[in-house]
Design a protein around this ligand. Structure first.
Ligand SMILES: [Zn+2]
Length: 87
């Protein structure tokens, strides 16, 4: 299973934003690899960013796409990223 290297704060509220999670590349670019997206409500977005930073990941909040309905705490791990399952 693919999973995140940090615990995502979550509740049952609809997510209001999507937070892209990047890991650094060997050259030190903080946005080296887009590895996951986390959905969060307004009160948990900050917690997601904080949790990512504790494991040296960069969190980049963006607007949720129109028509996309997600619950706070849902996340998606990109198979091609550093946390993908098939490595
Ligand atoms: Zn929440």
């Amino acid at each position: 299973m693919s999973n995140l290297p940090f615990t995502v704060p979550a509740c049952d509220q609809p997510a209001t934003g999507r937070i892209e999670i990047y890991s650094p590349d060997p050259a030190g670019d903080a946005f080296g690899s887009l590895d996951a997206s986390v959905y969060a409500c307004g009160s948990h977005a900050g917690g997601v960013i904080e949790a990512a930073s504790t494991v040296d990941l960069t969190a980049y909040p963006i607007e949720i796409a129109p028509g996309v309905e997600r619950t706070c705490g849902e996340f998606y791990v990109y198979r091609t990223g550093n946390f993908g399952g098939d490595q």
